[in-house]
Design a protein around this ligand. Structure first.
Ligand SMILES: *[C@@H]1O[C@H](CO)[C@@H](O)[C@H](O)[C@H]1NC(C)=O
Ligand SMILES: *[C@@H]1O[C@H](CO)[C@@H](O)[C@H](O)[C@H]1NC(C)=O
Length: 315
């Protein structure tokens, strides 16, 4: 009787050990899989290759992308909008620059650099995430061309390390009359930010636009991508080392695109620069002291042209 229970006990322990090993193996497998997925190593990561095309969504995307063609300023190339023509050809001439490209803001003919740069950043992001889907419905090339139409403007708007043109047009005169940009005759002054009139948010947003766009054009046009990245780095330094809101430096902008702070743009720009360069100094910028000062961790806000904190957290 004495040996029997001992013998039985032995088998029970072996069984328990085997079960424990299986459970532990399962847990490790699940954790490793989850970590891989979170770090993007998984080949099946979102958003994945395009699946079946849904007609109504591809039609909606086409209309959305066409909006950029409607808003274009300058000497149009391959224009697909029958009622649009060349306009704003002399924009920037008072500053001896070619600021003819870029996009009009809304129903008016102002070029507001702050929301325009934000538009470019978000368009880059969309192309980086969903470019293969856009390509599947023939919208990728058009989207890239529209993005370049804005970044060409931004490159020219940044003629010196510490000078960025952030607006073309006189909003007061512009808003007095509702007409076609092709028919504009009034003077369209170019407005800049610089070291004595800083504009951290607009310079940092422009840096974010250029850094994200440099990723979009990295494969197709390496030289252009390098140019964008070099502007992005310089603009970020200008923004960071000369801190001040353009809403304070140039109070007239408050009526149109008032900025409620520049901390979010600094983090957003540094996050994109980290993606574009892989340079840890930018990551440290976001996660270190500046992150603590500006990120408002745990207090998520909506994502908008004025507030990019939610985007920075995803990015
Ligand atoms: C700096 O920008 C301000 C605001 O646009 C402008 O009034 C000033 O003339 C600029 N400074 C220089 C040296 O151009
Ligand atoms: C612009 O934003 C600043 C900072 O939030 C605020 O103090 C100011 O009143 C705003 N200006 C307008 C015209 O809304």
């Amino acid at each position: 009787m004495g040996a029997k229970p001992r013998c039985k006990g032995w088998w029970v322990w072996v069984l328990v050990l085997v079960i424990l090993a299986l459970v532990a193996g399962g847990v490790i497998f699940a954790v490793v899989k989850k970590i891989k997925k979170n770090s993007g190593d998984d080949d099946g990561a979102v958003p994945g290759p395009p699946g079946a095309i849904t007609q109504k969504y591809s039609a909606a995307l086409k209309v959305a992308v066409q909006f950029f063609d409607v808003q274009k300023s300058g000497k149009l190339v391959d224009n697909k909008i029958s009622w649009r023509g060349d306009s704003g050809l002399k924009d920037g001439s008072d500053a001896k620059l070619d600021l003819s490209k870029g996009m009009y803001d809304a129903g008016d003919h102002m070029k507001f650099g702050f929301p325009m740069a934000y538009t470019a950043t978000v368009l880059s992001w969309a192309i980086l995430e969903y470019g293969d889907h856009m390509d599947a419905v023939n919208q990728l090339k058009t989207s890239q061309a529209s993005l370049k139409w804005i970044t060409d403007f931004l490159v020219n708007a940044h003629p010196k390390d510490n000078v960025l043109y952030i607006q073309v047009g006189d909003p007061k005169k512009d808003h007095e009359c509702w007409y076609r940009p092709e028919d504009v005759t009034e003077k369209r002054p170019a407005t800049q930010v610089n070291t004595s009139a800083p504009g951290t948010e607009v310079a940092a947003e422009t840096a974010a636009a250029m850094a994200s766009a440099s990723l979009v054009f990295k494969k197709s046009d390496a030289k252009y991508s390098d140019t964008l990245l070099s502007h992005a780095k310089k603009l970020f330094t200008f923004a960071d080392k000369n801190r001040g809101s353009y809403s304070e430096s140039i109070p007239e902008v408050q009526k149109f695109y008032n900025s409620t702070g520049y901390g979010d743009e600094l983090l957003w720009a540094a996050a994109w620069l980290y993606h574009a360069t892989g340079d840890k100094e930018y990551l440290d910028y976001v996660t270190g002291e500046n992150g603590e000062e500006f990120a408002q961790f745990g207090k998520p806000t909506w994502f908008s042209w004025d507030n990019k904190l939610a985007g920075t957290q995803v990015c």
